[in-house]
Write a protein that binds this ligand. Sequence first.
Ligand code: NAP
Length: 674
Amino acid sequence: MALLRSYVCGRWHTPTADGAPLHDAVTGAEIARISSAGVDMAAALDHGRRVGGPALRELTFHQRAALLKVLATHLTERKDELYALSTRTGATRRDSLVDVDGGIGVLFTYSSKGRRELPNAKVLGEGPVERLSREGTFVGRHIGVPLRGVAVQINAFNFPVWGPLEKFAPAFVAGVPTLIKPASPTAYLTELLVRLIVESGILPEGSLQLVCGSAGDLLDHLTPQDLVSFTGSACTARKLRTHETVVRHSVRFNAEADSLNCSILGPDATPGTPEFDLYVKQLVAEMTVKAGQKCTAIRRAFVPRALLDPVAEAVSARLAKTVVGNPANPDVRMGALASLEQREEVRRSLKALGAAGTIAYGDPTRVDVVDADPERGAFLSPVLLRADGDRAEPHEVEAFGPVSALLPYDSTAHVIDLAARGLGSLVGSVVTGDADFAADVVLGVAPWHGRLLVLDQDDAAESTGHGSPLPALIHGGPGRAGGGEEMGGLRGVLHHLQRSAIQASPAVLSRITGEWVPGAPRLPEAEHPFRKPLSRLRVGDSVTAGPRTVTQADIDHFAEFTGDTFYAHTDLEAATANEFFGGIVAHGYLIVSFAAGLFVSPEPGPVLANYGLENLRFLTPVFPGDSLTVTLTAKQITPRETADYGEVRWDADVVNQDDEPVARYDVLTLVAKS
Ligand code: NAP
């Protein structure tokens, strides 16, 4: 029988012991054996720090993000292999879509976000430059730099592809090497994933390692620069976050644990309304996708007391149509749990939950299945509980399978209190056509939730659903859900960077961040910067142009020409009465237009387009007779990795004849590389 190998220290390691058997969730046949015996955990971490880290830090954020896209494309080409093996975890094609395509989708998203939202640099300047002194010679800014350690990623068994990829992508963009420790029951699928990645040769050596089997003494070797991203049960999370080494070194520890997520039906959503049907459909989907083995699945279904019966009937009728069995059969809507042990675990939880109510649908002891043996495979019927009383179990016991409990509520305040009894959840949903109810519930339960979906007939067709974490939004939740936060676009990248507040002169701060800071010297104006392609343009290149006097005729003309005849530009009496102006003033957009006319270099050249302005502020009114001077300075240069141009952000500083600031903004342009 195949022994799963680990990929550490740049080579595949075969375990030095026989290992424990892993079984096909559908047939019960042994698939592989797993053990981490003989893996030198300290050496693996050291390899990541010594080989992977430096190789990643040689690259910019954009270069790493571009590699992610290459990797995502490669995995897309090979995904059939992942799908084929995924069936053995009990997953239907629909389940594998979430795991395999969902995981690859995270790579694509992080690739594109990394290139659009981060600088093409090795350091991240974060937030504004803070002026810390009267004269502006002492300023401050936060920067983000990659941690010098390894991102140890411990995953749960239920998403053997998506789980590792959603953790790896932000770590990789940040420039921190990854060590994946998949959950044993489905580690054979993660091993295939890592094999496909390693064989592609796309990633720098040391940036991705894999340990199959027990974590052994892995955590003992953590340093203050390493971090742990854990997904699994609350009980394991508790054990690991209090690990002596984690505590001693204040190792960043992010946990995604189990949670008792809820879905709330609005009182308006009575039978016959679109929202009633949406609620029922979503609840059944959440119970049956991945056979309910989703950390985000709906465990508590809150419905107005008067709607308990109709909801129970509608959900049961729909569950009755759910074909359970071998996921290779296209008629099957729900496959097996990941293992027989997992089925026993769910049955134990169901026993505990059973004390709180009655079973409205399903039989935990038997199920009809197609194309499989119901005992050898880890099959379980969907089970809908009905808990009319006020027992604690539904708010405390997670049955990690196709199990939900229907619970009644009596008022908005009541359902907000009930939702909070889960003590922190990854996600909740509110299904209602009443925006007032939605707003009250969302604001009431948001402190307990990492994500909230409001579903109604307007967004249902395009909604991604209750159970799907999205790379652009955070995944995580307070309290029982682990208190962590993953993905969330750039937030996931920031988690792998050390934020450091730098205090310095503008010149030094510019040098450190690679972005020009107001107050830093500008480079001599030998040539108009619009004549310079990216190959020659430098941060700090500038042009000063003007003065140009603004006349009353200019203001009149602009008002008539554009139709902007706001009284401050056209009605002397009214403008004089305005406490901000005290007389006719020039249009702000006239100032911006005149500034462009002053700094432009009109002939065709490397500047290809102006694609916007940001942070525009008008600071001092401009009166007829005032004269304007503008200084344009190259503030940030971002060459694109996959195009022959890049973005240049310019600082535009417009002053009047008394050197008072009139307008300040960033001009955004596209500039050719050569
Ligand atoms: P688990 O038993 O807590 O295991 C999770 C991971 O921790 C596995 O990789 C496991 O490895 C590892 N582990 C266990 N003990 C360890 C130790 N002492 N040192 C280092 N690693 C250790 O959870 P699971 O059974 O795989 O997953 C099911 C649970 O995860 C459910 O409760 C579910 O709600 C939760 N979950 C949460 C999320 C989320 O995003 N919040 C997502 C999915 C699942 P071995 O398998 O080798 O023991």
